[in-house]
Design a protein around this ligand. Structure first.
Ligand code: DX5
Ligand code: ZN
Length: 225
């Protein structure tokens, strides 16, 4: 993200609560609220689109009460249109749906926007960036998966770096304001090259929550250029 009237870039940091300690969620939220984290990244899984089940709107509602930060909801579910309203009511600010789960993607995006949320499209590692061509002008965010969705703590898939560059070019050439969010396997070591490739938003689960100093790790990610 470019800070207005400067050339100063600062990445948006979106810790993924999937890696948080669910027995101590209040503590985890207090830590995030006292940190430089910009967004809460909330991963919703249905056991159908991905081989794992996480949580749904009920938990998003609790996170909404716990923070004033942006609630960035990543739906890894089939037929997300059936749930968009529930996530709006739960307090989601951003709602991302998977391109691979949406035969009527344009309709899903219009629905999300008409509910007053920012609309995101998530793509799996094997989905080409070109598949976004005809939806790009309608969306606020691309959540580019750099692991196969379903689990935290996986290794970053290197070829997705090239996809970030392609998407950055596509967005800039058309003068669009779509944000690029990178999701999966982001570490302090690979984050600089992810930013250099053109990412605006870094999702980080394990890197933040399994660190001995989560708040310090968020500050380190935030200071990368
Ligand atoms: C994976 C999720 C990610 C994940 C990121 O399906 O979408 O948001 O929790 O966790 P790390 O940063 O540990 O890969
Ligand atoms: Zn995610």
């Amino acid at each position: 993200m470019l800070i207005p009237n400067t050339d100063f870039f600062m990445p948006i940091i979106a810790p993924s609560l999937l890696s948080a300690d669910f027995l101590n969620l209040e503590k985890e939220c207090n830590m995030l609220n006292a940190s430089e984290a910009d967004w809460y990244h909330l991963d919703v899984m249905d056991g159908r689109f991905v081989p794992n089940i996480s949580f749904g709107p009920m938990l998003v509602e609790f996170f909404r009460k716990a923070t004033t930060r942006v609630c960035d909801v990543h739906l890894m579910i089939e037929e997300p249109g059936n749930f968009a309203e529930q996530f709006k009511n739960a307090g989601a600010d951003n709602l991302s749906v998977h391109l691979e789960a949406c035969p009527h993607l344009h309709r899903n995006i219009q629905q999300i926007k008409s509910l007053g949320m920012k609309a995101g499209v998530a793509i799996n590692p094997h989905t080409p960036v070109a598949a976004l061509n005809d939806i790009l002008a309608d969306i606020d965010l691309v959540c580019m998966m750099s692991v196969n969705p379903g689990f935290g703590g996986q290794k970053f898939i290197p070829f997705t770096l090239e996809k970030i560059k392609q998407l950055r070019k596509m967005i800039d050439e058309r003068g669009l304001k779509v944000q690029i969010e990178i999701d999966g396997g982001v570490t302090l070591e690979n984050a600089p090259s992810i930013i250099a490739a053109g990412a605006d938003v870094l999702v980080a689960g394990n890197t933040v929550f399994k660190s001995t100093d989560p708040k310090g790790t968020i500050a380190q990610l935030k200071s990368l250029k």
